[in-house]
Ligand binder design. Structure first.
Ligand code: BEZ
Ligand code: FE
Length: 295
């Protein structure tokens, strides 16, 4: 008996015989890993079909949904990754491949908005390049798991503007709210960005329809992306989130981890800034100390 619905022993035997036949079809697969992946996929897929007693109408709808996802996957849009993200499959893969290592900083989902070849900023530089938003001072250190500073670590940072858009979502070719920088000899880094604000993942396609049909929100909790690399260290892809954000519990891609939630402390207008930058209004500051696991 596989699901809630009672089925006869004959039916059960027929269904299992098909699973076994499909599994046997991989007998000559030369790659042991591919064989393992295909066999497990088939087992789980058939288990799902049998558990829910999938109707032919539902099967057809599923195929239509995946076809739509495929049609919205091209060089400018990756609806399949979005589907993986919203089903938690991306985060599960991140977790599997970034097993906790001592006090190393936790990883989270990469997202679709990273761009290679960003401008470099120096310590205390401004990555916003005109992106709208409240100025936010970000500082911290990069160390290894023994607490030794990592000098020269490369830090890529990227974020949305206060309207919830990344530069690549505008059609004017701008580069804004993204840059890379390096830690100094003591492993310190600092830069100005903008205080992260919430934004929806692209939800005008089939994944958006799935979210709506299942009563889910497309909103991501406010965050700032980091990718940190250094020789002999495991490259870290992560974000920091804003403590107090209402969306921390319902992030559309399940990316939030408690250890990545940071205080973004608002500073009253007129508060002197850490590097003498003159700011008319309010600004915020946060600290993110990064610990890299060994490779
Ligand atoms: C993002 O953080 O930018 C993102 C992550 C997953 C899906 C869509 C957007
Ligand atoms: Fe993002």
């Amino acid at each position: 008996m596989t699901g809630a619905k009672q089925i006869s022993t004959e039916q059960e035997t027929r269904e299992q015989a098909l699973v076994d036949r499909v599994l046997r079809s991989f007998a000559n697969c030369e790659s042991a890993r591919l064989k393992q992946l295909m066999e497990s996929l088939v087992r789980h897929l058939h288990q799902f079909l049998r558990d829910v007693r999938l109707t032919e109408e539902e099967w057809k709808k599923g195929i239509e949904f995946l076809t739509e996802v495929g049609h919205l996957t091209h060089d400018k849009r990756q609806e399949f990754i979005l589907l993986s993200d919203t089903l938690g499959a991306s985060m599960q893969t991140v977790s599997i491949n970034n097993e906790a290592y001592g006090n190393a900083t936790e990883a989270t989902v990469f997202g679709p908005f990273f761009v290679e070849g960003t401008p470099e900023v120096h310590a205390g530089g401004d990555i916003s390049f005109g992106a709208t938003g409240q100025p936010c001072w970000v500082e911290g250190t990069v160390t290894d798991t023994d607490g030794k500073p990592v000098a020269g670590a490369r830090i890529e940072v990227w974020e949305a503007d206060e309207d919830g858009f990344y530069d690549v979502q505008y059609d004017d070719g701008r580069t804004a709210a993204r840059a890379h920088l390096f830690t100094d000899g003591e492993g310190n880094y600092s830069f100005w960005g903008v205080t992260p604000t919430p934004y929806p993942i692209p939800h005008d396609g089939p994944v958006g329809k799935m979210l709506e049909a299942t009563g889910r929100s497309p909103m991501r909790a406010s965050h700032l992306h980091f990718m940190v690399s250094a020789p002999a260290c495991r490259t870290l892809v992560t974000h920091i989130f804003v403590r107090g954000d209402d969306l921390l519990e319902s992030d559309a891609v399940f990316g939030v981890k408690d250890s990545l939630v940071k205080d973004f402390v608002e500073q009253p207008a007129g508060t002197p800034t850490p590097n003498g930058r003159v700011i008319e209004g309010r600004w915020a500051r946060t600290r993110f100390d990064i610990v890299l696991a060994p490779e």
